[in-house]
Design a protein around this ligand. Structure first.
Ligand SMILES: NC(=O)c1ccc[n+]([C@@H]2O[C@H](COP(=O)([O-])OP(=O)(O)OC[C@H]3O[C@@H](n4cnc5c(N)ncnc54)[C@H](OP(=O)(O)O)[C@@H]3O)[C@@H](O)[C@H]2O)c1
Length: 271
């Protein structure tokens, strides 16, 4: 298979994941963009029971299941023990597979004890319906508590908002995850497309520098914005696109690196 996308370790599992994955929230592109992304080495596909796109992921991976790493999520309103088990069964059915590679708690729910949720997650691993456990939208403290409630399995990832315009995780969560081998899966890495298009009206400092670096590197705005995410250790990014051409463009955000100086300019311009 033709491959462009580089890989990073998933937590401390020893397995490698594509540093660009394919997000499918509000996705309506059919099977082609996903299949093309996988062909280019973006073999991580990220869905969720609430997205209602597990079925199209299931169609896209027919015949190539062994080449794809499927991440899906249990809704934060399904975190009681038996609800987690039922949600996983439903996701397996929609995806048309025997096992979910990464099963993530979509968002924390303070009305359900985390130990109850994690017991169900562990049971799914023991039944081989899930390979690895992750979380999403967890603060450092919530992540610590979740890990403490799951003594025999590592939490390998935390999927959180991260892009040039949204850098809150840099204060505490990102350093914590880097120290504890938890992969950060950066969602909305293009700030919902805002970082990928030039605007005549929006002359903010950050966009001017982004455009300048895109010209310097002969890359697109989206590629520079994604590569900036990837410049952080432990971080992978999961842009969503309905189009084959933009999926190819996003995959080509990997396979090269911004210089330290370019990263520093972006850090400062978007501070
Ligand atoms: N865990 C969570 O709570 C959570 C929350 C939000 C998102 N996510 C995950 O993160 C994924 C990505 O986040 P997102 O969909 O919110 O935002 P995003 O990936 O930052 O942006 C998606 C938007 O950017 C456009 N786009 C994509 N590539 C482009 C390119 N190269 N040039 C110009 N425009 C481009 C897309 O349009 P086209 O489709 O028309 O190309 C779409 O409108 C989701 O699909 C989901 O898997 C998770």
């Amino acid at each position: 298979m033709e491959s462009t996308v580089q890989q990073k370790p998933l937590g401390n599992t020893g397995i490698m994941l594509s540093e660009i994955g394919l997000g499918v929230w509000k996705y309506s592109g059919g099977v082609e963009p996903l299949r093309r992304g996988v062909e280019l080495g973006a073999f991580l596909i990220d869905t969720a029971e609430v997205y209602r796109t597990e079925d199209v992921v299931g169609q896209a991976i027919k015949g190539i299941r062994d080449h794809v790493f499927i991440a899906t999520k249990v809704s934060g309103s399904h975190l009681r023990h038996d609800d987690v088990l039922r949600a996983a069964e439903a996701s397996l059915h929609e995806l048309g597979t025997d096992a979910i590679d990464l099963y993530q708690v979509h968002w924390p729910n303070s009305s359900v004890p985390i130990a109850e949720t994690m017991k169900a997650m562990a049971a799914l691993v023991d039944r081989k319906q899930v390979k690895y456990i992750g979380v999403s939208n967890f603060s450092t403290q919530q992540l610590r508590r979740a890990q403490a409630a799951l003594p025999n399995h590592p939490i390998v990832s935390n999927q959180v908002l991260y892009n040039l315009n949204a850098r809150e995780i840099e204060d505490e969560l990102l350093p914590y995850c880097q120290q504890h081998d938890v992969t950060i899966i950066a969602y909305t890495p293009l700030d919902d497309g805002r970082l990928a298009v030039k605007s005549r009206w929006r002359r903010q400092q950050g966009m001017t520098v982004l455009e300048d670096i895109a010209t310097q590197t002969h890359k697109t705005l989206a590629q520079v914005a994604l590569n900036w995410c990837l410049s952080r250790p432990n971080v992978i990014a999961i842009p969503k696109s309905d189009s084959v051409a933009r999926t190819e463009e996003n995959c080509r955000a990997s396979g090269w690196r911004l210089t330290q100086e370019q990263v520093a300019r972006l850090d400062e311009a978007f501070a």
